[in-house]
Design a protein around this ligand. Structure first.
Ligand code: ADP
Ligand code: MG
Length: 463
């Protein structure tokens, strides 16, 4: 019927606008590389903030002692306790707890958010058994991972540039985030010191380096998206601090805020952007990361329902609810291997209250998920290419047997196999066979928190 054809037209047009041929990905990578240079040249010189992390000495693997981490992401926060054994012994034990952040706290007050976090941290500490006693008189030390852009002034301080993802608490912007946390700890009588304050890819990089010397960059694909890498000090014109002993500094790119005319954006993306808490910002993040992929699919489905009666004469009401289709649902439907697409049928029924779909319709829905995930994964690969280019590791260097390991963390990368595979295949295609054999993407589960605890060890006041 004409309705079906109209629906297919909507899908086809969307697919065409989402296209990411290799030539386009190269343009994206080159545009991002230009922004990286500009961001390193001066503070505020680019949409890519290229923030100085104050991590200029990465872990050696010999760190020792009992340390804590607090990892505040975009959806969850985790508290963890890490026992580091010292040379050759690595991580002896690890305990952690994950708490989802109540939505109301994401847009409430600064005090309410930090009071909640510290209350959970205090509970975690209070559960400690005798085997976790610190030596008498010793203060607990904490690595604090914070997945939002921060302008740091030292390894243990920094002011919030702005909130991203689902967060928006105006009064925190411009404040020292460590001071906010410390204030809440003092209020609740929790005696702990923030020894290291890092962004999540910086933590992931440090955690990766602890066990593998070849780790030189890290990428987060979770609620949001970000990357960090090791830069040579002389390539950071905006660094006016003391000369660095290591000659290196970890840079937090904040690539989520990348934007370029080369990005394949559709009307659905523009509409989504306009409806977020931060319109016009984090555009690259909005086409690549977990918070948004499901919402893009919903918008296309809604259009198909409204303009082509894809689900019949009435538009299913649930389809009008923003963010009702989370990315985990998209990934479950996309990866449905049952011959009659049972998972798709069940998710449509449970989440959208849509029943009686035909197999043909369900196949179209799987294809929509595929289009959105493929675009995101391929654009993420382009981002990684730009980092390899920045480090001069996108080509083979004569006589050098270099290995480039990129530590990967985040729920999207961890759980969405199709996305992960597409990203890897695309990156291999972009760098070519010879280089692809020297580049390894390594899943670093909970790497951002673990890395922060290890950095707390590196910056312990008892060293
Ligand atoms: P955070 O971003 O808070 O640090 P995570 O790294 O755990 O948290 O990432 C959570 C995000 O990962 C979720 O918002 C979701 O978008 C995505 N995610 C979680 N599980 C899946 C899944 N099974 N398939 C696809 N994406 C997932
Ligand atoms: Mg995280």
């Amino acid at each position: 019927s004409g309705k079906w054809e109209k629906a297919m037209e909507i899908v086809k047009e969307f697919e065409e606008k989402c296209a990411t041929p290799i030539s386009k990905l190269r343009q994206v990578a080159d545009a991002m590389l230009v922004e990286m240079h500009a961001g390193l040249a001066s503070e505020g010189g680019s949409k890519l903030k290229m923030l100085i992390s104050y991590v200029d000495n990465l872990p050696t693997g010999n760190e020792k002692g009992l340390f804590y981490a607090l990892d505040l992401g975009g959806t969850n926060f985790r508290v963890l306790r890490l026992h580091l054994g010292g040379k050759g012994r690595g991580i002896v034990s690890k305990q952690f707890e994950e708490v989802s952040i109540p939505r109301s706290l994401m847009t409430g007050t600064s005090d309410a958010l930090f009071d909640f976090i510290v209350a959970e941290l205090a509970k975690f500490v209070a559960q400690e058994g005798m085997d976790f006693e610190l030596r008498p008189g010793r203060q607990r030390e904490l690595g604090f991972t914070f997945s939002f852009p921060v302008l740091q002034s030292s390894i243990s301080s920094g002011t919030l540039v702005r909130w991203t993802k689902g967060f928006s608490i105006e009064e925190t912007v411009g404040r020292d985030v460590v001071a906010e946390l410390t204030k809440a700890m003092e209020k609740q009588g929790l005696n702990m010191r923030v020894s290291a304050f890092v962004n999540d890819p910086v933590g992931t990089l440090a955690g990766g380096r602890f066990t593998n010397n070849d780790v030189v960059a890290a990428v987060i694909l979770g609620t949001g998206s970000n990357a960090a890498y090791v830069e040579r000090a002389h390539a950071i014109p905006k660094w006016h601090g003391l000369p660095l002993k290591s000659g290196e500094m970890v840079i937090n790119t904040e690539w989520g805020n990348f934007k370029s005319s080369h990005l394949p954006l559709t009307e659905y993306d523009h509409e989504l952007d306009a409806e977020t808490l931060h319109p016009g910002e984090q555009i690259y993040e909005k086409v690549t990361s977990g918070m948004y992929l499901g919402e893009i699919v919903r918008k296309v489905l809604r259009r198909m329902a409204e303009e082509a009666a894809f689900f019949g004469d009435t538009v299913p009401p649930k389809l009008k609810v923003p963010f009702i289709l989370g990315t985990p649902i998209i990934s479950a439907m996309h990866q449905d291997t049952s011959p009659d697409l049972k998972v798709v049928a069940n998710r449509l029924k449970d989440i959208l209250e849509i029943s009686n779909t035909s197999l043909k319709m369900r196949k179209v829905i799987v294809e929509l998920c595929n289009i959105v995930a493929t675009r995101g994964a391929r654009l993420s690969a382009a981002g990684i290419l730009s980092i390899l280019k920045k480090m001069g590791r996108d080509t083979m260097r004569e006589g050098e047997k270099q290995r480039t390991v990129i530590a990967m963390d985040g729920g999207l990368y961890e759980h969405y196999t199709e996305y992960r595979n597409c990203l890897e295949n695309t990156l291999n295609e972009l760098v070519g066979k010879e280089v692809s054999e020297t580049v390894v993407l390594e899943l670093a589960n909970d790497g951002s928190g673990i890395g922060a605890a290890i950095l707390a060890a590196c910056h312990s006041k008892y060293l």
